[in-house]
Design a protein around this ligand. Structure first.
Ligand SMILES: *Cc1c(COP(=O)(O)O)cnc(C)c1O
Length: 306
């Protein structure tokens, strides 16, 4: 389980910066409440596989290499950071890569910058309609992909599987003794699942979903499922605050934009807008609401760069 600290020989070529730096931030909105704010700079782990994408892919790349697989196949939307990270890892490590992209209507159109980067890294792009994409985990769809592309190591959408959650326990372990609470923006919940499992018993994790969910938010069940798959049951103390999605995935509000620009000006830290901005807005709002007791140290995991 977890415990992966030294990259396999091939993976050492990626030279990750680990543990990632922990940065103290002086922010009056926290200081006024007697709260310390730290940034866990996972965005600095690797220039091409930043943040949680490194932590989630690393154990999968290792498993693929150990199984003798030469091809990685994964899934994502047209702007997926995970697709870009997988394509980059393939180029750097010598895996062939296939990206199954949601949206048959995108085939034959000019590639957006994100997909163009994937293609430049050698990824084969396979566009499928949304109905097929939704069924991507079903045996018939996988069989059709196998027939078309030959054998591959499949990494799920967003890179979140049991190995990915195990990989993210290192994030929690790096924060032991450093903070009372660690918060992360959530897409699939894989990073939160591992973070919470890696923290010490007296620490807690908070997830800020960037997707709109129901009540209870679907991410609670997804994160719990990932923890069961990775660790055999629920691990650590974690919770979600679903108030900060700002309309849903890739949606923004004027308030969010203003907040992110202001945070960059105050602290000189680049703020990624799809995930990290919502996390920082959430934590700042919680601090202003008095949700953190005086003397508390709060860590924001900076999972990616703009
Ligand atoms: C992918 C991504 C996330 C979401 O991680 P999950 O494990 O899917 O919850 C958060 N932040 C950034 C910058 C990402 O690229």
């Amino acid at each position: 389980m977890g415990g992966v600290t030294t990259p396999a020989p091939g993976l050492a070529a990626l030279r990750p910066r680990l543990p990632s730096p922990l940065q103290r931030i002086e922010d009056e909105r926290f200081a006024r409440r007697g709260v310390r704010l730290l940034l866990k700079r996972d965005d600095l782990i690797h220039p091409e596989l930043p943040g949680n994408k490194w932590r989630k892919l690393e154990p999968n790349l290792r498993a693929a290499a150990e199984a003798g697989e030469r091809t990685l196949l994964t899934f994502g939307g047209a702007y997926s950071n995970h697709l870009r990270a997988t394509a980059a890892a393939g180029r750097l490590l010598g895996f062939a890569t296939i990206g199954v992209i949601r949206g048959a209507e995108l085939a034959g159109k000019p590639l957006n910058p994100s997909l163009a980067r994937c293609a430049a890294d050698g990824m084969r792009l396979h566009f499928v309609d949304r109905a097929t994409y939704r069924r991507k985990a079903e045996p018939e769809v996988e069989a059709a992909l196998l027939e078309r592309f030959g054998p591959f190591y499949a990494v799920p959408e967003g890179g979140s599987n049991a190995l990915a959650a195990q990989g993210c326990t290192a994030l929690g372990r790096e924060l032991r003794g450093e903070t009372d609470m660690a918060a992360v923006a959530c897409g699939t919940g894989g990073t939160l699942a591992g973070l919470a499992a890696g923290l010490a018993p007296d620490q807690r994790a908070l997830g800020i979903p960037v997707l709109k969910g129901g009540t209870p938010h679907f991410l609670a069940a997804d994160t719990e499922r990932l923890q069961h798959a990775a660790f055999g049951g629920r691990r650590g103390t974690w919770d979600l605050d679903p108030r900060f999605h700002c309309g849903g995935y890739a949606r923004r509000t004027p308030e969010l934009d203003a907040f992110a620009a202001d945070f960059e000006t105050r602290h000189g830290v680049p703020v990624e807008r799809l995930y990290v901005a919502k996390l920082l807005l959430g934590l700042t709002t919680l601090a202003e609401e008095g949700a953190f007791a005086p003397g508390t140290t709060v860590t924001a995991v900076i999972t990616g760069a703009p």
